[in-house]
Design a protein around this ligand. Structure first.
Ligand code: PLP
Length: 407
């Protein structure tokens, strides 16, 4: 029987409607005829694909990012995730990677060559600071780091050879807020590409492309997946640029495994629900922490006293699930707090269903020198919290009992 007469033959699914709300789009994002009649997407757990003819082999090998040639070049499960990431960020196209660092470094490498200059925020995920400072510096690319809450600092640092402006907002771990629309305007006026790490906000809270930013990347390990069980990344932007990023991926080889792509796709379905709850709990926890006598300062853009609050109100739909705070008594007091937590888990990473707390100076930002940490405002007593899906009352009680032991 030919496929067209087979009653089980898959009919193509309707494309997701761009007018749908966030939760509806997340449930259907990436859907296409490729998954057939399976409601959950199939996992194409294969490294390679059979050619039906020599001509087909030649044609696929000459194409960009084919999904059915060889999994380093592309894979149907990963392609479905790529469509979903592009839809949620409001971009033309996306490319998925084996980690956030593979995504970020490939995005950056697609844009630069020896002699170019970068202007980057001075408070970033440490891996990106290392990339600019220690790796690209060796290949003739210079970077100037600027204070990210002053958008005009990016403008003042521009040189004729500046090709890239790189931001992360809210910034890791100080929650500094950068005015994305203003940075996008500065980049366009100068002819420099603007790239944002949108890991912390997630597309539920901020869509940098809608504010004029040229490209976005994520550590999908975090909110996009949301379940602390996969390392992954993605890059989103114009199709022509994504093709250039794919040329880097193909050579550097940072492709995701199909099963990991499936896990991220599954996590994405509940992204708006999770993030809405995390936004709410983080604000409640930030207020409770700010009222505790052992806390010197709480960094959370949802608090009126946060220096980036007004910009965050303009460019974020919610203030996010990340916060950090300084305990009176510095590192010693902070250590006591971390070791006394019972509901929150003491671990690196973020964006999952469980609340995680960490001391950035000795862990996530330990690869930086003390001077680099000081430049980014990362104090020795700073504790970073990724708020999960536990009850807010349990989290508040946990942090209170831990802070009571701080002194
Ligand atoms: N960007 C941000 C803001 C991060 O927090 C991280 C990881 O912690 C990364 C990028 C790197 O992502 P990955 O660990 O998935 O490589």
């Amino acid at each position: 029987m030919s496929a067209s007469h087979d009653p089980s033959n898959p009919a193509p699914r309707d494309a997701p409607d761009p007018s749908w709300g966030d939760a509806t789009r997340a449930v259907h994002a990436g859907a296409s005829a490729a998954e057939g009649r399976s409601v959950s997407p199939p996992i194409f757990q294969t490294s390679t694909f059979r050619f039906e003819s020599v001509e087909q082999g030649a044609q696929l090998s000459a194409s960009k990012a084919p999904a059915h040639l060889y999994t380093r070049w592309g894979n149907p499960t990963t392609r479905q995730l790529e469509r979903a990431c592009a839809e949620l960020e409001g971009g033309e196209a996306a490319l998925c990677f084996a980690s956030g660092m593979a995504a970020g470094s490939s995005a950056v490498l697609s844009l630069l060559q020896a002699g170019d200059h970068v202007v980057a925020a001075d408070c970033l995920y440490a891996g990106m600071t290392e990339l600019f400072e220690r790796v690209l510096g060796r290949f003739g690319v210079a970077t100037t780091f600027v204070e990210p809450s002053d958008a005009h600092a990016f403008e003042r640092a521009l040189r004729p050879e500046t090709k890239l402006i790189f931001v992360e907002t809210p910034a890791n771990p100080t929650l500094a807020i950068t005015d994305l629309a203003e940075v996008a305007r500065i980049g366009k006026a100068h002819g420099a590409f603007t790239l944002a790490d949108n890991t912390w906000a997630s597309p539920v809270n901020t869509r940098p492309l809608e504010l004029g930013i040229d490209g976005v990347f994520h550590s999908s390990t975090k909110y996009l997946n949301g379940h602390t069980d996969v390392i992954a990344g993605c890059v989103v932007g114009r199709a022509e640029w994504i093709e250039r990023v794919w040329s880097v991926l193909k050579v550097f080889g940072g492709c995701p495994g199909p099963h990991d792509s499936w896990l991220v796709l599954r996590g994405l379905r509940t992204l708006p629900l999770r993030v809405a709850r995390q936004n709410e709990t983080a604000l409640t926890l930030a207020r409770a922490l700010a009222a505790h006598p052992a806390v010197e300062v709480v960094h959370y853009p949802g608090l009126e006293q946060h220096p980036g609050h007004e910009i965050a109100r303009r460019q974020m739909r919610g203030f996010g699930g990340m916060l950090s705070f300084e305990v009176q008594g510095g590192l010693r007091a902070g250590r006591r707090v971390l070791e006394a937590l019972r509901v929150a888990t003491h671990a690196v990473s973020l964006g999952g269903i469980e609340t995680l707390a960490v001391h950035p100076a000795s862990t996530t930002h330990a690869p930086l020198t003390p001077e680099e940490r000081a430049r980014g405002g990362i104090g020795e007593g700073l504790i970073r919290v990724s708020v999960g899906l536990e009850d807010a009352a349990d989290l508040i009680a946990d942090f209170r009992q831990a802070l009571d032991r701080a002194s």
